[in-house]
Design a protein around this ligand. Structure first.
Ligand SMILES: Cc1cc2nc3c(=O)[nH]c(=O)nc-3n(C[C@H](O)[C@H](O)[C@H](O)COP(=O)(O)O)c2cc1C
Length: 355
């Protein structure tokens, strides 16, 4: 039997048919070529993080190409079967185009521009340079953003990021449970059609994936879950913390303090970063000056893995789903497990309510 038509599978033909499309989020400095290629080789869609400083992007893509070769992962139409994520507020379009000309990829992902209109130039240039072969994905966090981006940038895929997500997101945002269906309703009202939706924020396992698909998503994107993958470029202290922490609604917090101590001061003001509550945050709330907090953070940077943890100072960016992450697995096994679990959950509910 040939697989059912699917808006994402047609454009990314290496994805596994008849199971949910699983995407790994670009996570700055953590998701590089090995993780992205491993996810795509396993039938998902992997994103390499470009971040905002693109000076290493060409080298990172060259490494991804090497890794693809060494694992017999074929190019598709001359493109690496992965995407590249950009933090649009700080990334240089010239550097992006230079890297993408050398190493064409299947998709690019834009997030957090200063103004949504900034995305127009990026989308136009990348579409032109790649002859429309590189697909444009945009991650948004509100209904208004979804409608504006759909009407102006006209992305090939819209990633809807709910408030449970790890790392950065809009400070004012709803969870996927309400945001996703409202985006779909708004699209219907506005007559916007043909843009596949990927849900992101708080999806850790097949249950979350099944829920997002039930809400109307065409695919699911996981960030926090892949922090506990063998291929994540992450220190042991950080990864141990992801495994240890439970109850993410209270043990993580969305704040700007973690950027401040790291010296990253250029995020648009509407964004906050969700990470595990630690000394840096608690001291800031208790009134410690930023200067002192930064000095203590710098000192902690020399302490290795012990600088993470509840009494530590190093930032553990992660989402509220952190308590569901219990073991480190290969990226390929994460993709396959989420897919299989989601199918099982969806089948079981179909049986339960099929009276
Ligand atoms: C450690 C970490 C770093 C992240 N870095 C980026 C990034 O560089 N670019 C980006 O578009 N999103 C980034 N995100 C957000 C993801 O794109 C995605 O929205 C989020 O991980 C989904 O929620 P989840 O973490 O609950 O799965 C990051 C998330 C985490 C946890």
């Amino acid at each position: 039997m040939s697989p059912a038509p699917h808006p994402l599978r047609d454009a990314y033909p290496w994805t596994t048919p008849n199971v949910p499309v699983v995407v790994s989020a670009p996570m700055m400095k953590i998701t590089l070529g090995r993780l992205a290629i491993s996810v795509s080789s396993a039938g998902g869609i992997g994103f390499l993080a470009g971040g905002f400083d693109l000076s290493q992007l060409s080298d990172n893509l060259a490494e991804a190409a090497e890794y693809a070769k060494s694992t017999n992962t074929p190019l598709r139409n001359g493109q690496l079967p992965v995407g590249v994520g950009f933090l649009s507020w700080g990334a240089s379009l010239d550097l992006a185009l230079e890297a993408l000309r050398k190493h064409p990829v299947a998709a690019v992902w834009f997030f957090a521009p200063r103004h949504l209109s900034d995305l127009l130039d990026w989308a136009k240039s990348i579409r032109q340079t790649s002859n429309n072969m590189t697909k444009i994905w945009v991650q948004i966090g509100t209904v208004a953003e979804a409608v504006e981006v759909a009407k102006t940038t006209k992305p090939d895929v819209l990633v809807v990021q709910g408030s449970d997500s790890g790392g950065h997101g809009l400070s004012e945002r709803a969870s996927l449970m309400t945001l996703l269906p409202e985006v779909l309703d708004a699209f219907e009202e506005e007559g916007i059609e043909g843009i596949p939706i990927v849900a992101s924020g708080g999806i850790i396992d097949g249950r979350g994936a099944a829920a997002a698909l039930t809400l109307g998503a065409d695919g699911v994107c996981l960030g926090t879950r892949f922090l506990a993958s063998n291929e994540a470029a992450i220190s042991k202290g950080y990864q141990d913390e992801v495994l240890r922490v439970t109850d993410g609604g209270v043990s993580t917090v969305a704040s700007t303090i973690y950027d401040k101590v790291r010296g990253i001061n250029d995020w648009p003001q509407t964004y906050v970063g969700r990470g595990v509550v630690n000394r840096t945050f608690l001291d800031a709330v208790a009134g410690m000056s930023e200067e002192e907090n930064i000095a203590l953070y710098k000192e902690a940077m020399t302490s290795g893995d012990s600088a993470w943890g509840p009494e530590g100072r190093m930032c553990t960016y992660a989402g509220t789903g952190i308590g569901l992450v219990k073991e480190v697995m290969s990226a390929a096994d994460i993709v396959r497990r989420v897919q299989q679990e989601a199918v099982k959950v969806l089948r079981e509910s179909a049986v339960k309510y099929n009276s």
